[in-house]
Design a protein around this ligand. Structure first.
Ligand SMILES: *[C@@H]1O[C@H](CO)[C@@H](O)[C@H](O)[C@H]1NC(C)=O
Ligand SMILES: *[C@@H]1O[C@H](CO)[C@@H](O)[C@H](O)[C@H]1NC(C)=O
Ligand SMILES: *[C@@H]1O[C@H](CO)[C@@H](O)[C@H](O)[C@H]1NC(C)=O
Length: 485
């Protein structure tokens, strides 16, 4: 009871203004280790917090991200180290010093209770080509900058940041300044493709203007990156559900951009052919993409602004039963009409049909259909800046409900009318931004279709067919009469 009286006013204050000092003495970080996997359009960051409670009854731990870091981050997930379930994360907001997240612990911690939390984030548009222009045969190099100190509202005994490149060629990295009070050996070390900042000892609570002003600084790593830097500027996915044809058609319009260094000088086809021959293609010359499409698809098509592109290969695998845990997929080796160089765009359309039974279920209790439509098909390493997913339901679908696997920027319901439709078909449109390889979830749509609505299509088709038939009959009669003459 006493406990409740004590926490209630605190909670209220917390709601009104997320004050940073309130959380101060609840925990201490015995160690924080952050690992940055350097990439192209996507940078994966994993931070482990070894936490000890200093006050009884602790259920919420606060994690801080720098202001810039929060702006670049488009995926956030917290777990207990070694476990699969995600913990509830709430945004508390922030100011110039940093941005706070509240992570709900799976169990209450008593004084001296410990837990290891892992925060997984994906940053987009964080790395950039350096130099900005490169010749066709130059390697591709990027720069990535991050805050040196991992901020926290709690005292930290020791912290370090490891920055890992996928290629051992590291051109340069920043040596931090003015960190003597935290350092025992050195402020930064390099070993192979890994730069380690720290260990830094005895850091006071740091989500405040004073600490940030005095100690926070950007460190930049300049590294070679041997994979393409791809950006989907816009993805428009349209999924059409047809009960009548038992079909799910998915079509993607994709505006792809190679965001690697812009081409310096002219493109030389001869140079390109020789590089292709010797397999010495630079990463910023993109000649193809591999995409994993669903199993069981048919009638796949791929065209660009100039028409069909026939140089691609698709290997389909058979359908797998719904809800079966399976890693089966069809593989599309997409070959654009021309190599996509740094700064170049390539706009194309990719579509396919899939058996509806692979993604529809029937909820007999509520008499509803439930259809799952993937948000997107991953292009490895690419960020999707803007995505619009439109799901067109069968004609006569009512009581439409939908669930996005992660929050959409906006959602709307409209009516879509096509050939042979009588009343038009309900359509749901969801918009997203900065999607990463973690945003591969499924949108679930559920709806009802009455029996009379189910029959509308056959009736419309029958009417149209009968029309053609009647016309054929008359035409035939006319024809006969002409012959008789
Ligand atoms: C917590 O740990 C500290 C140091 O290890 C010890 O002095 C203190 O008594 C412990 N408190 C409780 C409640 O166990
Ligand atoms: C593209 O190819 C498909 C079949 O492969 C064909 O049906 C269609 O007419 C072609 N379109 C163009 C514009 O060539
Ligand atoms: C690619 O598209 C962007 C806008 O999306 C444009 O600014 C740029 O000039 C285009 N690049 C080329 C080579 O056409």
């Amino acid at each position: 009871m006493l406990q409740r009286w004590r926490t209630a006013p605190l909670l209220l204050v917390g709601l009104l203004s997320p004050s940073f000092t309130l959380a101060g003495p609840a925990f201490e970080n015995t160690a924080i280790v952050r690992t940055v996997e350097l990439g192209g359009s996507l940078v994966h960051v994993s931070t482990t917090y070894a936490v000890r409670a200093l006050e009884p009854g602790q259920t919420v731990y606060q994690i801080a991200l720098g202001k810039d870091e929060r702006e670049k981050t488009s995926w956030i997930e917290a777990k207990v180290k070694g476990q699969q379930t995600s913990l509830k994360v709430e945004e508390l907001g922030g100011d110039i010093a940093g941005h706070l997240l509240a992570v709900t612990l799976p169990k209450t911690l008593a004084v001296n209770g410990t837990i290891n939390l892992v925060l997984e984030t994906v940053q987009t548009h964080a790395a950039y080509p350096w130099p900005e222009r490169a010749a066709q045969t130059d390697p591709q190099a990027l720069k990535y900058g991050t805050d040196l100190f991992i901020l926290s509202p709690y005292q930290t005994q020791v912290q370090r940041t490891k920055v890992k490149a996928s290629s051992p060629t590291i051109h340069s990295y920043t040596t931090p300044e003015n960190v003597d009070e935290f350092v025992r050996d050195g402020s930064v070390t390099k070993s192979g493709a890994t730069i380690t900042y720290g260990p830094y000892y005895n850091i006071d609570p740091s989500v405040n203007a004073e600490f940030v002003e005095k100690h926070q600084q950007e460190v930049v790593v300049h590294y070679n990156f041997d994979y393409p830097v791809l950006e989907v500027k816009k993805l428009q996915r349209s999924a059409e559900i047809s009960h009548w044809g038992s079909n799910l058609n998915i079509q993607d319009n994709i505006e792809l951009r190679n965001s690697g260094p812009a081409l310096k000088g002219q493109f030389s086809r001869l140079e390109h052919q020789s590089q292709t021959y010797f397999h010495t293609q630079s990463a910023h010359v993109v000649t193809g993409l591999t995409q994993h499409l669903p199993p069981g698809i048919r009638n796949a098509y791929f065209y660009d602004l100039n028409g069909n592109v026939s140089t691609s290969r698709l290997r389909t695998t058979p359908s797998v039963p719904k809800n079966a845990k399976s890693n089966q997929y069809s593989v599309l080796e997409l070959k654009p009409r021309y190599p996509i160089l740094g700064g170049w765009n390539y706009t194309y359309t990719l579509g396919w049909d899939a058996p509806l039974e692979d993604s529809v279920s029937w909820d007999s209790k509520n008499e509803r259909y439930i259809v799952g439509v993937p948000v997107m098909t991953l292009i490895p390493g690419a960020v999707v800046n803007e995505a619009e997913v439109k799901i067109v339901l069968p004609e006569g679908a009512t009581d439409v409900e939908f669930l996005s696997p992660f929050p959409a920027l906006s959602s709307s319901v409209s009516t879509h009318t096509t050939y042979l439709d009588t009343t038009g078909r309900p359509a749901i449109t969801l918009e997203y931004k900065d999607l990463t390889d973690k945003h591969t979830g499924t949108i679930y749509v559920s709806y009802k279709v009455s029996l009379s609505a189910h029959l509308k299509k056959p009736i419309a088709v029958a009417t149209a067919f009968f029309g053609v038939f009647a016309f054929a009959l008359t035409a035939r009669r006319v024809d006969l009469r002409l012959h008789k003459k």
